[in-house]
Design a protein around this ligand. Structure first.
Ligand code: 5GP
Ligand code: MN
Length: 331
């Protein structure tokens, strides 16, 4: 969608309504959380009623973004009437209702006007408006455009910090292919508003537990290659997580460490959960890992995707996905 059309629809929907509920995907990241916090703070400033409700608790290293405890973790008995009674529901950084988990039922049932603001491929049809920009490196960038077009003077430091966190993480600290001059111009504006890059980076990436860093070492020491060194893969078992006192959210960035090897164009990272296996897919260049993720009901971007296999043993998941990877490599 063209920027002007997108920001125009945004303005109309904001002006025509007063009660908003914002949400993001299960296992939220800084882009989902930052986008919803920025939008919520902005809506508050223009006198709208706005609540942020997520299925998942905010991961510990992201809590600094929610310094005023604006985010609720969904409790159906307490919060369902907010979802059912809102004028507008906005799901950020996601395009598939299943990723709402416990909120899905109420989101779909609600008579509210429903919107997604997102940058992922292949959105499902479950909303009235899809404010999607596939060229955007982060949902936070789309939110920035919407807010700046609405009234740029209302973007303050706390809105800027939330947007910066989303932009920084989804661009891999401003290095992924979609990081263009426009991203840096936006970031320039956010820094002018007082955002401290060190503070944001430090909280997100340098406040790890000893257990997490040791677990990273365990993963790296079992990392392996396949397909003549074009694929790297690694896994972490539930036993390793528990022994190191680490929760699944804490291993989000491990996949990138597993791929930083010369000659590797695809990386598979398997994380054993209580009820199955979460798989993270990464690639370099033209290898479309989202097509591999789709085989298991997942999705994402060409170079970064995810999926979950339920009721599957870790070793079986590794063997199955490694075998299926040949379909993508030969494309
Ligand atoms: P990650 O591997 O960091 O969890 O996810 C990488 C990308 O894939 C993100 O853009 C995320 O939105 C997407 N993704 C992760 N898991 C899923 C999933 O289960 N379903 C879909 N549709 N996308 C996913
Ligand atoms: Mn995102």
């Amino acid at each position: 969608m063209e920027h002007q059309e997108l920001t125009g629809i945004f303005r109309k929907l904001i002006d025509a309504n007063s009660k908003f509920v914002l949400t993001t995907h299960v296992n939220p990241d800084a882009d989902g959380l930052g986008s919803e916090l920025a939008l919520s703070r902005f809506l508050g400033k223009i006198g709208k009623e706005c609540v942020v409700i997520n299925h998942s608790e905010t991961p510990a290293n992201h809590r600094f973004l929610d310094h005023d405890n604006e985010i609720r973790t969904f409790v159906p008995e307490r919060d369902k009437d907010l979802v059912l009674g809102a004028d507008v529901l906005i799901a950020l950084d996601m395009n598939n209702p299943g990723r709402l988990r416990s909120l899905e039922k109420y989101f779909l049932e609600s008579p509210a006007t429903k919107i997604i603001i997102d940058h992922h491929l292949e959105a499902d049809d479950f909303v009235d408006y899809k404010l999607i920009d596939l060229d955007s490196p982060a949902t936070a960038e789309i939110v920035y455009r919407c807010l700046a077009a609405y009234d740029t003077n209302l973007i303050d430091k706390s809105i800027a910090e939330a947007l910066y966190a989303g932009l920084m993480t989804d661009t891999g600290s401003f290095r992924f292919p979609r990081t263009d001059g426009e991203v840096h111009r936006i970031v320039g504006h956010l820094l002018d508003l007082g955002v401290d890059p060190f503070y944001v980076y430090h909280n997100l990436f340098e406040e790890n537990s000893l257990g997490r860093t040791r677990l990273l070492g365990e993963m790296l020491s079992t990392l392996d290659l396949a397909y003549d060194g074009r694929v790297s893969y690694a896994s972490i078992s539930l036993e390793q997580l528990k022994r190191n006192n680490v929760v699944p959210d804490d291993v989000d960035n491990f996949v990138n460490q597993a791929g930083a090897i010369s000659g590797v164009i695809m990386t598979l990272f398997f994380l054993e959960l209580d009820d199955g296996v979460k798989i993270s897919f990464r690639s370099k260049g033209e290898t479309p890992v989202n097509e591999l993720a789709k085989l298991y009901g997942g999705g994402g971007h060409k170079n970064a995707s995810g999926a979950r296999l339920t009721g599957v043993k870790l070793g079986d998941a590794v063997r199955r996905v490694l075998a299926d990877a040949s379909q993508i490599l030969t494309k």
